[in-house]
Design a protein around this ligand. Structure first.
Ligand SMILES: Nc1ncnc2c1ncn2[C@@H]1O[C@H](COP(=O)(O)OP(=O)(O)OP(=O)(O)O)[C@@H](O)[C@H]1O
Ligand SMILES: [Mg+2]
Length: 496
């Protein structure tokens, strides 16, 4: 069975249309995807495991931390087999020991087809959205659905792309696109289509030009660029373009399409006002791009449809990974929600990370205060024991000088900084004394100093100067303590 009942029409409706059963299975166009461009981890390319699952000492940008990497590798295997046990993985360890880096490596290992959602504990505190709502939508971002459907499409190499302009009837200024003429060619023949302006937008988004092979879904108007026709292949010697052969068969045909969407995509597509004449949908369209409410009821309905599709074999559930960094920032309410969400059959694989030891669980500070200290319930990593009990805990440990040196070496290469051996040694010493992060942070300023001094390589001079300019955490604490003792008095000292 196909999800959508296609209606034969040559002009297509805008993307995101109803599929006849009330629930949209078409994901919204990719507008606000979460991009994480964390430059601090750009040297990490994967977990660096050998085929047998053992961690190599230095591979894919990762150095040391072998037990933790191997543990994560094992979990990845479970995930790939679809057998993750519903137990979250908890990464604990001192700051700067690579917990965040490891989670990112995991996402790289999984590839782009498996959803990965990363969030920080403190993200749940927003003035506008409920805490549990933020968590809930993150959970749904991490659950994928692979939908196979046979759809009616127009496919072929673009031979013509002519937008037709018309006077804007509303303002009198400027022009609007009234329709677009697209010519498509296959091995068997050619066809000219007259399409809606919304399809033209989709065509522009995919950056389609004449000579590309594309397909247009007949009933939604969604446009997908498959690649460039191989008739144009020998234009350049070296190119980052994918060449595809001219499609066989007719331009207008039925085609099996595989789509990867997340449950969150489906929520958003269905929550968005669908247009219509009633006042609510008109109001809804005004706040386009604003946050739209996804109610529990809507989610339940979507779940029901998804369940049905899975039973019918049309769709396949692809559980992804939800990574919650700084998990001690969550409060009691969130933890209770987490406990429940983890037990749901549609749960992603959850990875938590924390650098705290024994600490107060947020949101319990004033529990049972009658005569109490108001200190709240203390628990390891600020996580309630019932959740902790479910976690598989993996520890990251501090680095040796040698490992710090290797990370510094990799980082300097990535950042394009040339370090003299003695400078590298000095930085490694500094890293061992203070922290890996501190040493890493000195790299870029050192290269800037070297440049201003007219040198191409970073030497001991620059490192020495930087040590005078910047304080690491320990020295900074020392300075403050000195100030307080020296006459600042009182419990809190203020820097003046
Ligand atoms: N084993 C490693 N190999 C290579 N780079 C590493 C390794 N461990 C950490 N790094 C790098 O060191 C820096 C700090 O690591 P990261 O941010 O992952 O620490 P963290 O454990 O998440 O710390 P925190 O608890 O403070 O969040 C990052 O730039 C990271 O890429
Ligand atoms: Mg971190």
């Amino acid at each position: 069975m196909s999800l959508a009942q296609p209606t034969a029409s040559s002009s297509a409706a805008p993307a995101g249309t109803n599929s006849g059963n009330g629930i949209i299975t078409q994901p919204p166009p990719p507008t606000a995807t979460r991009e994480s461009r964390i430059a601090t981890h750009s040297h990490i390319k994967g977990l660096g495991l050998a085929d047998d699952g053992t961690a190599m000492e230095m591979s894919q940008g990762f150095v040391g931390q072998r037990t933790a990497r191997e543990a994560l590798g094992l979990h990845l295997q479970l995930l790939r087999m679809g057998r993750h046990s519903g137990r979250p993985l908890l990464l604990v360890g001192p700051p700067g020991t690579g917990k965040t880096a490891m989670a990112l490596a995991m996402s790289q290992e999984l590839g782009s087809k498996v959803p990965f959602c990363a969030m920080v504990g403190s993200e749940v505190y927003s003035g506008e959205v409920k805490k549990t709502e933020v968590l809930g939508s993150s959970f749904r971002r991490a659950i994928g659905l692979r939908i196979k459907e046979t759809k009616e499409v127009y496919e072929g190499e673009v031979t013509e792309l002519t937008p037709s302009e018309a006077e804007n009837p509303l303002s009198g200024y400027g022009k609007t696109i009234s329709h677009v003429i697209v010519g498509l060619k296959t091995v068997k023949g050619t066809k000219q289509l007259r399409l809606d302006p919304s399809v033209y937008e989709a065509i522009q988004k995919e950056r389609v030009v004449v000579g590309d092979v594309i397909y247009i879904e007949a009933n939604t108007g969604a446009v997908k660029r498959v690649g460039r026709s191989d008739a144009y292949a020998s234009e350049f010697d070296l190119e980052a373009e994918e060449y595809v052969p001219l499609p066989k068969g007719d331009v207008h045909k039925r085609k099996e399409l595989v789509q990867d969407v997340t449950l969150h995509d489906l929520d958003m597509a269905n929550a968005r006002p669908q247009g219509g004449q009633d006042i609510m949908s008109v109001m809804g369209q005004l706040v386009k791009g604003g946050r739209t409410e996804v109610t529990d009821k809507l989610r339940r309905e979507i779940n029901k449809v998804v369940d049905r599709y899975i039973e019918q074999g049309v769709a396949e559930l692809v559980p992804g990974v939800l990574f919650i960094d700084e998990v001690h920032m969550l409060d009691m309410e969130c933890f209770t929600y987490l406990n429940r969400a983890l037990e749901s059959p549609m749960s992603p694989y959850v990875v938590l990370a924390s650098n705290r030891g024994m600490t107060t669980i947020r949101g319990t500070e004033y529990d049972g205060v009658v005569g109490g200290s108001g200190e709240g319930i203390r628990s390891p990593h600020g996580i309630p024991v019932d959740l902790l009990d479910r976690c598989m805990i993996v520890k990251t440990s501090l680095y040796s000088r040698d490992e710090i040196r290797k990370v510094l070496e990799i980082r300097s290469k990535i950042e394009g900084i040339v370090l003299r051996q003695e400078a590298l040694d000095r930085l490694a010493d500094e890293g061992e004394k203070t922290s890996l992060r501190f040493a890493l942070q000195l790299l870029t300023p050192a290269s800037i100093l070297a440049k201003t001094m007219g040198q191409t390589e970073v030497g001991l001079d620059q490192i020495g100067e930087l040590e005078g300019l910047f304080l690491d955490a320990k020295r900074s604490t020392g300075v403050l303590r000195g100030m307080t003792n020296g006459g600042g008095g009182g419990g809190s000292s203020v820097l003046v």
